[in-house]
Design a protein around this ligand. Structure first.
Ligand SMILES: NC(=O)c1ccc[n+]([C@@H]2O[C@H](COP(=O)([O-])OP(=O)(O)OC[C@H]3O[C@@H](n4cnc5c(N)ncnc54)[C@H](OP(=O)(O)O)[C@@H]3O)[C@@H](O)[C@H]2O)c1
Length: 376
């Protein structure tokens, strides 16, 4: 329950009306649409955090790309004001790095990575997400392909496009924009995407490999991959730390927990049936919250010095906004800033990372094909 110990904006969250988005459309890439400047952010690549604990500053090599920069946020830093983990800034850096790699690849091999998006129906939000993906592709030199089908299309028609993209060697990633119209079997359609082009990383084989020791998935789902990339780039040590993931969805919570475990964190998962979520969450050095409940995680849930990654994107009524609503995370940001050592804002935290990771997955897919081809 919300702690009465804090008196901030979040204490009014119970009265704020939660305006639910269509979940699956938000899941995929909604954040790109809602990018705004974070409330405040570090101006340059993450600087050292002033702290009462001794913190090591070290250079982090990105798992998604080849570049690196110095960063130092430590789980358990107990400085009084949290560093803002600026996903917008990091995503921009990653896009720049991807653009360089795409150009190099084109020069060396003539191959340009390609991403195909299938959009069925006329939903405005879905059309916006697809447009943003196309823009992101254009900005880094990835070729984008689009199949737009009317709302009343048949499953067979969608499957035909998937099959064509599966067989098209200039397409390295395929993404089906959700939600699909209700008459379609989502699972059947998603399963038709070949695992080699499953840049969303939702294929059961990819998730299975993620869960198994010694196995490597071809793709890691974009949002959890973005969360881990933020931790890496801000120099947050994961190995040996206690991590709590709030939420266990197939696309965020569960793969985020698997990724943290692969990095040798000790992981607990909190979900809707967990009896004592606050008590469990408070033990964490690293919290990843992917719940979809505005401001659920209060300052009292957070261990002093913990690092907090807020995946939630929740629209709540806001009469002062021209749109009539604003977006907030799962975590009460104002309270988290007073307790945590570092925290992601909403918007401008995890959101921008999702599309950056989609581009990264598409580039890796193209590289893999090239390496396999050279090996033949
Ligand atoms: N930034 C991004 O790019 C991005 C991407 C994807 C999603 N999101 C956002 O992340 C949030 C979660 O998305 P999702 O797709 O994972 O949602 P989801 O499929 O609805 O899953 C929500 C999870 O939260 C758990 N949960 C719900 N209420 C809870 C409570 N009161 N206490 C503890 N756990 C609770 C649910 O538990 P049960 O399993 O027990 O039902 C479930 O596992 C949403 O706000 C979404 O918009 C953002």
């Amino acid at each position: 329950m919300p702690s009465p110990a804090f008196s901030t904006d979040c204490s009014s969250s119970s009265t704020a009306r939660f305006l639910p988005f269509t979940r699956s459309s938000v899941n995929r890439s909604a954040t790109a649409v809602f990018l705004r400047s974070p409330i405040h952010h570090v101006a340059a690549p993450p600087p050292a955090v002033s702290t009462s604990l001794k913190i090591r500053t070290f250079v982090v090599r990105s798992s998604a790309t080849s570049s690196s920069h110095a960063a130092s946020v430590a789980a358990n830093d107990t400085s009084s004001s949290a560093k803002v983990i600026d996903g917008k800034l990091v995503a921009k850096q990653i896009r720049e790095e991807i653009a360089v790699e795409v150009a190099k690849m084109k020069e060396a091999t003539g191959v340009v990575p390609g991403l195909a998006v299938i959009l069925v129906g006329d939903r405005k939000d879905s059309a916006t997400y697809v447009r943003n993906k196309k823009k992101a592709c254009d900005s880094v030199g990835i070729k984008s392909f689009e199949a737009k089908l009317p709302e009343d299309s048949t499953e067979e028609e969608v499957l035909k496009f998937i099959s064509e993209f599966n067989n098209d060697s200039s397409v390295h990633g395929i993404l089906v924009q959700l939600p699909l119209p209700p008459h379609m079997d989502e699972q059947k359609i998603l399963n038709a995407v070949t695992i080699e082009k499953d840049v969303d990383g939702f294929h059961p084989l990819n998730i299975g490999r993620l869960a198994m020791r010694g196995r490597e998935p071809l793709f890691v789902p974009c949002t959890p991959k973005g969360c881990i990339e933020l931790l890496h780039r801000y120099g947050v040590q994961i190995k040996g730390k206690r991590a709590v993931v709030i939420g266990r969805s197939n696309i965020v919570g569960m793969p985020a927990a698997l990724l943290l475990q692969r990095e040798d964190a000790t992981v607990s998962i909190v979900h809707s049936r967990t009896k004592n979520p606050e008590e469990i969450t408070k033990q964490a050095d690293i919290i990843i919250s992917a719940v979809g409940q505005p401001n659920m995680v209060r300052g009292s849930w957070i261990k002093p010095g913990a690092v907090v990654i807020d995946v939630g994107i929740n629209p709540v009524e806001d009469a002062s906004s021209p749109r009539g609503y604003k977006l907030v995370g799962d975590v009460c940001y104002e309270e988290a800033c007073k307790v945590a050592s570092a925290v992601t804002p909403v918007p401008g935290g995890v959101g921008p990372m999702t599309i950056a990771m989609l581009l990264s997955n598409t580039l890796s897919s193209a590289k893999r094909v090239e390496i396999e081809w050279l090996g033949k």
